[in-house]
Write a protein that binds this ligand. Structure first.
Ligand SMILES: [Fe+2]
Length: 259
């Protein structure tokens, strides 16, 4: 972090819904992008081609998980995790890369007839990709309970009147998202406060300036195999695997750059 400037930070680590950025998350406990594992010859350790001028990957890639697909059992089942990560998240990565490639073609040819379509595709697939990156990183087999970080606890108390009130609000808002979307604990820098937000699909409703700290995926693909229509049960189960240390780290990094 200390060697990153503000823009690099926003585009490689915060990522996410409101402040759309690039990069992939290396592990659940680290917010460093995968690109930092690249060697000097432009080829990353995982074989992904990268842009030598920036050091970032040339295309977006599916992040590796820091835990196995069955590690969050019984709260999040292994089959859901595998499908969710390897199929659903991969489709957002592919959609984002395709949209960017088509817009590159448009710039080359000067034909912007489909610019509205591909811009919407970036919004949908980009927000989907970035939110999933955060989603994987804020869960842990050792998660659950309440945050121990003093600053995050204070922020939750100040913004919601206590952890229990926050949790009730977060579960209710996430469970009540209309159709597909996300519940999001986000930090808002203007008044330096936390907010519970809803996002419909991936990209609608939430204020652009906020930084997502704890998003929970409430698309049916995230829970239907185990929880069917009982979305609130799934959100309550999600709370049992929240990695509050990772959430606190995101909170501190966001404030360090924007606060
Ligand atoms: Fe999802």
């Amino acid at each position: 972090m200390t060697s990153m400037n503000r823009r690099e930070y926003l585009t490689t680590t915060l990522g996410g819904f409101a402040l759309m950025g690039a990069g992939s998350i290396a592990s659940a406990s680290s917010l460093l992008p995968l690109a930092e594992t690249a060697s000097s010859d432009g080829i990353r350790q995982d074989g992904i081609r990268q842009d030598n001028s920036s050091g970032n990957p040339a295309t977006y890639t599916l992040p590796h998980l820091a835990y196995s697909y069955d590690a969050l059992e019984p709260h999040i089942d292994a089959q859901t995790m595998e499908l969710h990560h390897s199929i659903h998240h991969q489709s957002y990565v592919n959609g984002l890369n395709l949209a960017l490639a088509r817009l590159e073609q448009a710039r080359e040819t000067g034909d912007f007839a489909l610019v509205k379509h591909w811009s919407k595709e970036i919004g949908f697939h980009g927000a989907g990709h970035f939110l999933h990156e955060i989603f994987w990183s804020v869960m842990s087999p050792d998660g659950g309970g309440k945050p121990k970080d003093a600053d995050l606890k204070k922020a939750i108390d100040r913004s919601f009147g206590g952890f229990d009130a926050f949790e009730a609000h977060y579960v209710a808002a996430s469970s009540a998202v209309e159709a597909s979307g996300w519940g999001i604990l986000a930090w808002e820098p203007t008044l330096n406060r936390l907010m519970v937000l809803q996002a419909e699909k991936h990209q609608n409703l939430s204020p652009m300036v906020t930084v997502p700290l704890l998003p929970v995926d409430v698309w049916e693909h995230a829970y239907y195999l185990r929880y069917q229509n009982r979305r609130a049960d799934y959100v309550r189960a999600f709370m049992k695997v929240v990695d509050w240390e990772a959430v606190a780290e995101r909170y501190h990094q966001a404030r360090q750059v924007l606060g």
